[in-house]
Design a protein around this ligand. Structure first.
Ligand SMILES: NC(=O)c1ccc[n+]([C@@H]2O[C@H](COP(=O)([O-])OP(=O)(O)OC[C@H]3O[C@@H](n4cnc5c(N)ncnc54)[C@H](OP(=O)(O)O)[C@@H]3O)[C@@H](O)[C@H]2O)c1
Length: 325
């Protein structure tokens, strides 16, 4: 029986990871800022919830003691430069420090497709730059342990705040003015990402492994918005008219959303991230390196979107962008 500490284990991906790890026989500790955030995993056997400030390095060190492995899934989608740096750069640095001190053997870090350790400063968004810098500090600080960095494209699955949100918006509104309509994505199923985390923890060997996690198909954002409505049966499956708006109008739309209370549906930084194609890089290893054949989107999304899009998906985003299954 092996011990693993999960940071961000209460989130959309984290809850799937926890379930798979428990099933695979791991003893799991989930660190959370608030115990009540862990409602979706606290029922799992051989899983302990620890409420703590994960940014407190001393507390993190205490909880990392005796762990064989750590998984980091903590991230934010919106915020100031300082917030992105704290969560995506300083936290990975602290994780690297405590893993070395506690002699943790393995670390799996979930980053994002589009991140790069080569010239991160050239990237167009705070999100991508900070995700990239997080990888840079881990590469420098984790020479003593086996490190896997996973870079997923946008993740779909039951309870996602991606296809569910597009479908819900079309249920509410008669048309969709869409910024970044031509941006390309290669969506990956949450179960495949969670399986990748487990397989990365169980792989033999040492050193650094960076893998892109993408599904088998590339879609534009407009295609995904239209598909979500088709699958959810909005307007008898025809969806709503989706029309592309220019970048300046998208920035204006995003600025207005940022001014509303709660996490914005779309921020200017999100729009900037979409300037980088969110698709697999030719020649870079992907999920198949872990023996995973990525699932196609349509049949899975059809299954959960037909259960009915509702305004609750939007409420989840406005509450703070936290994705829950
Ligand atoms: N979902 C996607 O489409 C997608 C795409 C590409 C990459 N990723 C990456 O995949 C990983 C998991 O994503 P996810 O969708 O599962 O995220 P999520 O549902 O938003 O969960 C993130 C977790 O991070 C913790 N957290 C959030 N803000 C924090 C803060 N300021 N300080 C400390 N902890 C904080 C939360 O845990 P507590 O509330 O319990 O403390 C939360 O459960 C992230 O690294 C993300 O960047 C996701």
């Amino acid at each position: 029986m092996k011990n693993v500490l999960i940071l961000g284990g209460t989130g959309f991906v984290g809850s799937h990871v926890c379930e798979k790890l428990v099933r695979a026989g791991w003893t799991v500790t989930v660190a959370t800022r608030r115990r009540s955030n862990a409602r979706n995993v606290m029922h799992l056997p051989s899983l302990t919830i620890q409420e703590l400030d994960v940014h407190d390095e001393a507390a993190l060190g205490r909880i990392a003691h005796g762990q064989d492995a750590v998984v980091n899934l903590v991230a934010i989608l919106h915020g100031t430069q300082a917030a992105f740096d704290k969560v995506h750069v300083e936290l990975p640095q602290k994780i690297a420090n405590v893993c070395s001190r506690a002699e943790v053997g393995r670390l799996v870090h979930v980053s994002a497709l589009g991140a790069t350790t080569q010239n991160p400063g050239s990237l167009p968004s705070m999100y991508l730059r900070s995700k990239s810098m997080g990888e840079v500090v881990l590469l420098a600080g984790c020479s003593q342990l086996a490190l896997t960095v996973l870079r997923p494209s946008v993740i779909f699955g039951q309870g996602d705040q991606f296809l569910n949100v597009f479908a819900s918006l079309q249920k509410l509104f008669p048309f969709m003015p869409l910024a970044g309509a031509g941006a390309r994505f290669q969506p990956v199923w949450v179960e495949d990402v969670a399986t990748a985390v487990v397989k990365a923890l169980e792989r033999g060997g040492s050193g650094v492994q960076t893998l892109e996690a993408c599904g088998p198909e590339v879609f534009t954002l407009k295609q995904l918005v239209e598909l979500s409505a088709n699958l959810a049966g909005i307007n008898r499956g025809h969806g709503r008219p989706v029309f592309a708006i220019p970048r300046w109008a998208g920035d204006l739309q995003a600025r207005m959303m940022e001014l509303m209370p709660g996490a914005p549906l779309m921020s200017r930084d999100n729009l900037a991230s979409m300037e980088v194609p969110n698709v697999a890089t030719p020649g870079k290893p992907g999920l198949s390196a872990l023996g995973i054949q990525a699932a196609a989107l349509r049949p899975i999304a059809a299954d959960y979107l037909t259960q009915g899009a509702s305004w609750h998906a939007l409420l989840g985003v406005r509450r703070g962008g936290q994705r829950k299954t």
